[in-house]
Design a protein around this ligand. Sequence first.
Ligand code: SF4
Ligand code: SF4
Length: 348
Amino acid sequence: MGYLLPKAKLHQFLLALMAEGSFVAPVNRKADNVVVYEELTDSRDLERLDLSINPQFSHKKFFMPAYEELFTYDMQTQQLTDRKMVPRRRILFGLRLCDLNAVKIQDALFLGKQYADDHYKKARDHLVLVGWYCNKAPSPYCFCGSMELTHYYDVMLRDLSEKDPTRDLIYIDVNSPTGILLMTTIVEKLRHRGIALKEHHEQLPPIMTKKKLVTRDIRKHFDNPLWTKTANEKCLSCERCTTMCPTCMCYDVYDSTEQDLRHGTRIRTWDSCHSKEFTRVAGGHIFRPARDARFKHRIYHKLTYYPEVFGTPMCTGCGRCIEHCPTTIDFVEIINTIEKQKTQGNHK
Ligand code: SF4
Ligand code: SF4
């Protein structure tokens, strides 16, 4: 099911959305001209809305915070007290299909039976996903066309005028019971303001990207020396890629104990497989001390280990890790080069 909204009424539509809960959207920070997801609290914030590019940082912090207090403990009474989260409906607006599929990837792990995570679930239960459809790839680094993305959203908006100037309309695709509920409210609100949304349905076209990953089957390339060469020559282990990636979900857990040594708080923070400390275990052993092993692990986790368990890659082709790597490491180019060497029978 879906609706058509006159494009000139998009602002009113967004104002109605803003009133439905905490509202997160891509905005330009102005001070440094960087587009980020931010919680907007004032209608004037909509003046900074920027839907022209994919935000530099992903949306994951809005349901998997970089720092999170899980519970407090009292060792004397052996009591654990869960950190109470105040349930609050949160609308994540403006997510591209890649970022929506990143939510799907996190859901598969944290909402699944095997590794269900209560804290994640509590935050996720209150999220409403309202996407913004790419009529064309917003960056030359995008390669989502190689990643078999699915329609994982509650509501999706597509600007029809970008492809056909005679259609000055926004198509609103509704894709879930949560989306139906939200849109029923919005349609009613807009009707009271004299704006009628017409019921309509049409297919969303596939998103084409110029950049392509030629294969995801990289098991046979594990020992290719290009991994080691690239990592040792260029990777700084700076963790920028994992911080920006919408699907990277590794974390660390530690206890912050108070001076009385009886009370404390268990804390979860983001971690990164690029860090040497990430695989340190009791006794001090580090499983991946070498930089190239860590670099390769990130890519193999995305394209081999995660798909072996969950059936889909743990990468959506958003391109952030490539665009923002300080030494311009491009893992897609590495894989494409290795494949090309193979087809040319050159394994140097
Ligand atoms: S952003 Fe680039 S240099 Fe930094 S850890 Fe990732 S791959 Fe290495
Ligand atoms: S690995 Fe890179 S391209 Fe893939 S989802 Fe993460 S940031 Fe995006």
